[in-house]
Design a protein around this ligand. Sequence first.
Ligand SMILES: Nc1ncnc2c1ncn2[C@@H]1O[C@H](COP(=O)(O)OP(=O)(O)OP(=O)(O)O)[C@@H](O)[C@H]1O
Ligand SMILES: [Mg+2]
Length: 513
Amino acid sequence: MNAVLGNQTAVAMPYVLEMKGMSKRFPGVVALDNVTLRLRPGKVHALMGENGAGKSTLMKCLFGIYHPEEGEVLFNGTPRRFQNPKEALDARVSMIHQELANVPERSVQSNLWLGREPMRRIGPLRVLDHRKMHDDTAALMQRLDMDIEPEARIGSLSISHQQACEIAKAVACDASVVVMDEPTSSITEKETEHLFRVIRSLTERGVAVVYISHKMHEIFQIADEVSVMRDGKLVGTYDAHAIDEAQLVNLMVGRASDQRFPPLDSTPGAVRLRVQGLSSPAPRSFQDVSLELRRGEILGLGGLIGAQRTEFVEALFGLRAVSKGTVELDGEQVSIRSSRDAIQYRMGLVTEDRRASGIFPQLSITQNTVIPSLGQYINRLRMVRHGDVDRDAERLNRQLRTKTASMQTAIGSLSGGNQQKVLIARWLMTEPDILIMDEPTRGIDVGAKFEIYSIMVELARQGKSIIMVSSEMPELIAMSHRIMVLCEGRHTGTLPRTDATQFDIMRLATQYL
Ligand SMILES: Nc1ncnc2c1ncn2[C@@H]1O[C@H](COP(=O)(O)OP(=O)(O)OP(=O)(O)O)[C@@H](O)[C@H]1O
Ligand SMILES: [Mg+2]
């Protein structure tokens, strides 16, 4: 069926899907204002814009998750309005969500065929056809070159594998339109290349792909057309081959931006943190990792996904058990067994997976910001100094340019990138001496990235120490004084930034592979 769409229909009918004049309001925000987007079969249409511009909202309106107040959707020329995601899927429109939407307790296969399970007959009964489900899943994984067990529990997989499952799910329903909302936010460059091969095989079969990403180089690699949104409006749709990065940034933020990184000009001082031979009780996790972190230093922690960087920093922060090794703060050995200990030692951790370990979706931005530092705001009568809480939470979120109608808004209703900013504000509010940031700019737009880097530089100038886990090579190189690399849980080397190249980092990151 896809072939028909791709070859013949494409000539007679240029668009597989048209969204016309879409408008959607939330209390206090116009999320979409008269947006029109047209998709061609067999093409990759990139959707770009700052955090909160309305990209996810537009796609959720298409998918029946949100219901727009105005607008019309034409699917193959016929007006359609999907009431819920199931109707969209039945019409072969699928979406990979920005926040992973899998059911963690389920197996890969049951998640993949959720609501569309293969059945077989036993006499008068119709029962689930386990064998077919397993075999179809295995075959799909093989076709997509993904090394994932059909029986594995989703929750036990790494984020990147979970994301791969989402992609497989979209392919499994034989979609004619696939929406990918920041599909590469949790996967490595190598996995991204793999995803791009999958995308190309989809477009060759006539599938229209909507690709949302903040990663500029990806857009130029994969997109045919780019639409830019700003403040809920469509700025325009452009031929991806006829526009350059500077023009694109200009369209997104409404001003020219020639600088991606602020200069890192502080000089590290005395050693603040010394870790020696830290090992996890799990043999395949981090083993024998040592490091030194100085005052005013930003230490980059590079490596591939699966290098155990997150596990290592979580252990440092008291969230995971360690079997061996010592941690010294200012020359004194300390034992950090819980995040409460870590906070007492003036450490902060911005986590990588904001949905699982970061946010309280029902609580307000202010509440989400203040949680770990609430103790600092209790007065002698044991009452919370709400005025100070509000003022400080607001100041930090303003500094990070968190886009929201009010500080009382539930964090769950913010755009993905803006939730991330609140999490950063949260740890800045604790005024930590050591701030650990795990993929701090994931899902953050270009303008706001610069703000976050500037804050990091300022903290370093004030003598604070930062450990930054990052999979973005340019970010590691530009924003760290030294870059330490892990590979499969082992420390394979540390590079001074002056002579670190992407190649050197890659070499250390793949040493054991
Ligand atoms: N359920 C909701 N309730 C209230 N406001 C919402 C809701 N969903 C989105 N919004 C608001 O709509 C606006 C657009 O958000 P959207 O998630 O579409 O942004 P985005 O372009 O996808 O940003 P990002 O790059 O950060 O993912 C934001 O101001 C957001 O706070
Ligand atoms: Mg979004």
